[in-house]
Design a binder for this molecule. Structure first.
Ligand code: DSN
Length: 405
């Protein structure tokens, strides 16, 4: 059959863009060729509504083997007793978790989007604020969670669920403190570990499964798998509710090609090389943040795979302008609200920078320092555009090309 050549030309252009650029979007990564092979495999042909051993279609014997393998590997990876590997995305995983534990109109206490939370944690434009009542806790002036204020808010608001786990939070989280508050007010404690799942899997950050009733994640960020979501718990009653929320309540046929790819990513994350990779992610992130600080640029510092750079204070430009200017030279990152930002979300006062993706391509500490110097020099107009592009190319040519990963 003929194929749509136009479409495939776009695929080729995107491949060139990914190979030729420095990818600093903190939520992105490069999946291995085995993960990508499973995503594009014949598993996409199969309908398998239901769960292993309890399907609504015949012919699921091998699909059951694959989904059971994914569950076996992910529970081993995170030390969880139970897992649902069917959520199509992180937002779907969160929707499933809320649906499993809450009634419509129940109260959620979370961190707002503009302080580092996520749309699905109660933003006014998300389903989460239409179906649940949501209030927010806040960061202190150092950009860290204000745990005492969180407790006071919880005592006053009496939430049914307290949510931790963020999209733009560069520091470790004290789960014990939040668990204690949840217990005090009789709320469920939920953690969305989407960003930091890889660091947790590698033992480089504390494991929320030790504290939370329910944990959700994506599989494509630091975990380096296919685009998708998971829900984990140690509670047998909760996993029953989660599975019912997933199917038939909120999703239909599972994406078994993606579940196969998730299983491969969990397998890869259990290998010793993955631990080394995550250690290098942390080293690179810190090296870039430290070098920007040395150059006089205001940033959050970091204890994980990302940090926030205040572009207004450092270079006199908004996050939006910094993002667009860096894209001209092949550096991709995203504008991001900073704590107490006075700009709109579409403008912002800063950018978010993460090192999961370039570290997969082989970036080392010296490369992270060079990236900091290019960002600083170009945004201060001290480096000409053609010189910046040439320095970006030198780095990207020295790294693995994406089909080698
Ligand atoms: N879009 C993701 C991120 O960039 O953090 C969250 O879903």
């Amino acid at each position: 059959m003929n194929r749509d050549e136009l479409l495939f030309s776009y695929l080729e252009s995107e491949t060139k863009r990914q190979n030729g650029g420095i990818e600093l979007i903190a939520s992105e990564n490069f999946a291995s060729k085995n993960v990508r092979a499973l995503c594009g495999s014949i598993l996409t042909n199969k309908y398998a509504e239901g769960f292993p051993g309890k399907r609504y279609y015949g012919g699921c014997v091998h699909i059951d083997e694959i989904e059971n393998r994914a569950i076996e590997l992910v529970t081993k990876l995170f030390g969880a007793k139970y897992a649902c590997v069917q959520p199509h995305s992180g937002t779907q995983a969160n929707m499933i978790a809320y649906y499993a534990l809450l009634n419509t109109g129940d109260k959620i206490l979370s961190l707002s989007l503009d302080e580092g939370g996520h749309l699905s944690h109660g933003s006014k434009v998300s389903f989460s604020s239409r179906y649940y009542n949501v209030d927010f806790y806040h960061l202190n002036k150092n950009g860290r969670i204000d745990y005492e204020a969180l407790r006071e808010k919880a005592l006053e608001y009496r939430p049914n669920l307290i949510l931790a786990g963020f999209s733009a939070y560069p520091f470790e989280i004290d789960y014990q403190k939040i668990k204690d508050v949840a217990k005090e007010v009789g709320a469920y404690f939920m953690v969305d570990m989407a960003h930091i799942a890889g660091l947790i899997a590698a033992g480089e950050l504390d494991n929320p499964l030790k504290y939370a009733d329910i944990v959700t994640s994506t599989t494509h960020k630091t975990l380096r798998g296919p685009r998708g979501g998971i829900v984990l718990t140690n509670n047998e009653e909760i996993i029953k509710k989660v599975n019912k929320a997933c199917f038939p309540a909120l999703q239909g046929g599972p994406l078994e090609n993606i579940i196969g790819a998730k299983a491969e990513c969990f397998y890869e994350a259990l290998q010793p090389e993955y631990k080394e990779y995550i250690k290098q992610v942390k080293i690179n992130t810190k090296a870039c943040s430290d070098e920007l600080t040395r150059l006089g640029d205001i940033n959050s510092g970091t204890e994980n795979h990302l940090f926030l750079l205040n572009t207004k204070k450092s270079f006199g430009v908004t996050g939006k302008d910094a993002q667009e200017k860096l894209e001209e030279i092949g550096i991709t990152l995203n504008k991001n609200m900073l704590p107490n930002d006075d700009e709109k979300p579409s403008v912002t006062s800063g950018v978010r920078i993460g090192f999961a993706a370039v570290t997969t391509r082989g970036a080392i500490k010296e490369d992270a320092i060079e990236i900091a110097r290019i960002i600083d020099g170009y945004l201060k107009n001290n480096i000409k555009k053609e010189d910046a592009i040439s320095r970006v190319k030198t780095l990207t040519k020295s790294w693995k090309q994406i089909d080698e990963i």
